[in-house]
Design a protein around this ligand. Structure first.
Ligand code: FES
Ligand SMILES: [Fe+2]
Length: 317
């Protein structure tokens, strides 16, 4: 049965790859935002994302296409497109038809990741991809990466952070965290405070989550270990989300300790995420959930999230 959500795909920036997955001269076939795309890196090092289907006779540039210099060459008749999607070479024609072009997606590369901008009406970005200061800082470890495909939508996954009660009942955490949320323009800040049982008594752990649209979340854990997780949730289409997590840990005294703590932490967060998947994949979306006084700031998150949805045609909002 097709999942039914009363909102379109969200607008914003979305991670489409890790930088080290794309060498110079390499291309990757991608399916995101319900479209077939080709991501490639030219010889000059710049990454580009283009629609996959050639305007000439419809070949898929992701299947047999080649990077030639800084251009992408179609496998069928060797038309070449530059990073802006313009056809710049037809080896057997004197004139390039003026309409020969492919849609080029706005791409930004930073934090060791490649992001593409999606807007339902093709409008320009209203915010920038945030910097991740931990990336490249020698006090922090290189990324430990995990990714998951979930049959749901970005909003449903994002609401997890504003739902403190589920941490106890789904993930079995010792106590109930408290959660606060606040937003300013496209940036939502959520703070979770939770009790941790340790050998030296009860301590507090804090999680701060900064979200820029539904595609980008930076989660910082402090208390026992300092760990930052960059979460990139990218719609594959209107049914599936590709969720990537890039973990970095503030290095401890020894490499062994850092490795052991890092692995334990990544396994714990991955376990929690895996526990959420059957809930997300089988629940229905309620526009008006029946919340109680112990619930978290889900309503705040939904108010913030409205700005990333283009109004549906004919609606007055
Ligand atoms: S279909 Fe691409 S060059 Fe002909
Ligand atoms: Fe969860």
């Amino acid at each position: 049965m097709k999942r039914d959500f009363p909102f379109p795909l969200p607008n914003g920036w979305f991670q489409v790859a890790w930088s080290d997955e794309l060498a110079r001269g390499e291309l990757k076939r991608l399916k995101y935002f319900g479209k077939e795309l080709v991501l490639y890196r030219g010889e000059n090092g710049n990454a580009h994302a283009l629609d996959a289907y050639c305007p000439h006779l419809g070949a898929d540039l992701g299947c047999g296409g080649r990077v030639v210099g800084n251009n992408l060459r179609c496998p069928f008749h060797h038309w070449e497109f530059d990073g802006d999607g313009a056809c710049v070479e037809i080896p057997y024609a004197n004139r390039i038809p003026p309409k020969a072009s492919l849609k080029s997606w706005l791409v930004v590369e930073k934090n060791g990741m490649i992001y593409a901008h999606y807007h339902q009406q093709g409008e320009a970005p209203v915010f920038d991809v945030p910097d991740l200061p931990e990336f490249g800082d020698e006090q922090w470890t290189p990324f430990i990466k995990r990714d998951f495909i979930v049959r749901s939508r970005n909003q449903e996954l994002a609401e997890n952070t504003c739902d403190p009660a589920h941490f106890k009942y789904v993930h079995g955490t010792a106590g109930l965290p408290t959660a606060e949320a606040d937003f300013d323009g496209p940036l939502l800040k959520v703070k979770l405070d939770y009790p941790i049982e340790t050998r030296s008594g009860e301590k507090h752990g804090e999680v701060s989550i900064c979200s820029w649209g539904y595609g980008i979340g930076i989660t910082r854990f402090t208390g026992i270990v300092e760990t930052t997780v960059f979460v990139g949730g990218t719609p594959v289409d209107d049914e599936y989300v590709h969720n990537r997590m890039s973990f970095t840990l503030k290095k401890l005294d020894s490499d062994e300790a850092t490795k052991a703590v890092g692995e334990a932490f990544v396994n714990e967060i991955s376990r929690q995420f895996t526990e959420d998947i059957p809930i997300w994949e089988n629940k229905i979306y309620l526009d008006r959930p029946l919340l109680c006084d112990g619930d978290g700031p889900i309503a705040v998150m939904r108010r913030w999230g409205q700005q990333f949805y283009s109004p549906s045609p004919g609606s007055s909002t």
